[in-house]
Design a protein around this ligand. Structure first.
Ligand SMILES: *Cc1c(COP(=O)(O)O)cnc(C)c1O
Length: 455
């Protein structure tokens, strides 16, 4: 058999021209978003003040399997895509496993993550609609950076509400965003009503994604020419991220390789949703079977310990209600948690697929995650983002199981990004000051107690 190259590159002509909409292949769709006031399904028109029209169309599209990627977006993609699919020969060797390990490397752009795939699409639709100003939130900073790049490309003004603790831990992220022209505001801030209210209650808070979302949403709805953009969770973000899975599948198909296990880290679910999309499509249509594993931090375990319920997307309760696996919108992961993936909920699409047992989920502790990151960095040469390292951890665990059983499974995982801005976390790990922080049932109950009482 032909030896698989270490990096399987695609030609530009092999890049996808369409995003793949996995919902079209789901026999049962996820429950609709609800207006929290009326508890009726949200209408498109209600979302127009907040989101660009074309993105709302995509959010509501449950029937078209393929949605054309605008040519301008495809041209931008060519600056950093197709991303390499790498055979992890050195990792396999280090583990002594008979398994084959592949990873799709999405960290090959300045934002350092897959988030640019959706940022550029969202900025494009905003520009096309005549919007001049965007607002968003960012946690670890990758999304804010990606959107800064996209906004600069299309000449849009951008305000980024950055979770305060992250802005303190990652001052250089701010520098990158500002280089691309963004205005970066640590959240909670006194620039919004919701930020002021949160600060009044809890002046020392390090902030949370949910809270930063509320601030960005408030600014967007108060102005006509401003829209809010979100980097994960929503169906249209997963749609844009389907380029990851489509490229990975095309590359593997070229060499006749079929993955047995597909693994991705899950924060809001966008990279995992994108990576698995075409494989899940085959699974949903009954053509092929794959084991699909979502990996989340033990400190923020929305799939493995959350409730499948209607909840708000943000702490300030300004968003519609979404049916998803959630820890409750007021859940905040422990301040000791350094590894990203801090969001309280999970994409409605992935929540539904998980509830339907089409995929599995595991939670891992951060010291074990960094141990995997360290090994990966040493043998594969790439310093991985802590988020991505959740997937590395479980890929290694599965490869080690193969070592015990002698099975030659094919494992594919998503390497969502690089960790150059996560050096505070790496320092903690290297100093052995990193701790694991697993919420107790009582901690989680506090979050569940805050769920809207409509389920
Ligand atoms: C944002 C981010 C994630 C998690 O977000 P998802 O929407 O769950 O994909 C994972 N890895 C990196 C590098 C990120 O920047």
């Amino acid at each position: 058999m032909q030896k698989i190259p270490t990096k399987i590159y695609l030609n530009e002509t092999e890049m996808p021209k369409y995003w793949y909409n996995v919902r079209a292949d789901m026999k049962e769709k996820h429950a609709p978003m609800l207006n929290p006031g009326t508890l009726q399904p949200v209408k498109k028109e209600e979302m127009y003040p907040l989101f660009c029209k074309e993105l709302v169309e995509q959010e509501f599209n449950e029937t078209d399997r393929l949605i054309e990627i605008p040519e301008e977006v495809r041209e931008f993609y060519k600056m950093y895509r197709p991303s390499p699919l790498v055979r992890a020969y050195w990792l396999e060797k280090a583990l002594g496993t008979p398994a084959e390990i592949y990873y799709k490397h999405e960290g090959n752009n300045t934002s350092g993550s897959h988030k640019l795939n959706s940022a550029i699409a969202q900025a494009y639709y905003a520009k096309k609609q005549g919007i001049t100003h965007l607002t968003t939130e960012t946690g670890a900073g990758q999304w804010g950076t990606a959107l800064s790049m996209a906004s600069a490309f299309f000449g849009l003004k951008l305000d980024v509400y950055m979770v305060k603790i992250s802005s303190e831990q990652k001052p250089y992220r701010k520098a990158v965003m500002e280089t691309y022209g963004a205005n970066v505001i640590p959240s909670p801030s006194d620039t919004t009503e919701v930020g002021k209210a949160i600060l009044a209650k809890n002046p020392k808070t390090g902030g949370s994604l949910g809270c930063a979302i509320s601030e960005a949403v408030e600014v967007a709805v108060k102005s006509d020419n401003t829209r809010y953009v979100l980097g994960s969770v929503l169906d249209y973000v997963l749609l844009h991220q389907s380029v990851i899975g489509q490229e990975a599948k095309t590359a593997l198909d070229k060499y006749g390789v079929k993955p047995d296990i597909i693994i991705g880290c899950a924060g809001g679910g966008s990279n995992l949703g994108g990576l698995i999309a075409p494989f899940m499509g085959e699974k949903l249509r009954g053509e092929k079977d794959y084991r699909i594993i979502a990996v989340e931090p033990a400190s923020c375990p929305s799939l493995t310990r959350g409730k499948y319920a209607y909840d708000f997307g943000d702490t300030g309760h300004m968003t519609p209600l979404m049916k998803m696996y959630t820890l409750g919108s007021n859940f905040m992961p422990s301040a000791n948690h350094a590894g990203g993936l801090r969001y309280h909920g999970m994409s409605a699409i992935l929540s539904k697929l998980y509830d339907d047992k089409m995929m599995e989920a595991v939670a891992v502790e951060q010291t074990a995650v960094f141990e995997a990151a360290e090994l990966f960095a040493r043998v594969e040469g790439i310093l991985p983002a802590p988020e991505s390292s959740h997937a590395i951890r479980v890929a290694i665990n599965e490869a080690l199981k193969c070592k015990e059983t002698g099975e030659k499974k094919v494992i594919l995982f998503g390497l969502t990004g690089t960790g150059y801005f996560d050096l505070a976390a790496y320092t903690q790990y290297n100093n052995k000051t990193m701790t694991d922080c697993i919420p107790t049932d009582a901690d989680l109950q506090k979050g569940f107690d805050g769920l809207p009482k409509i389920n």
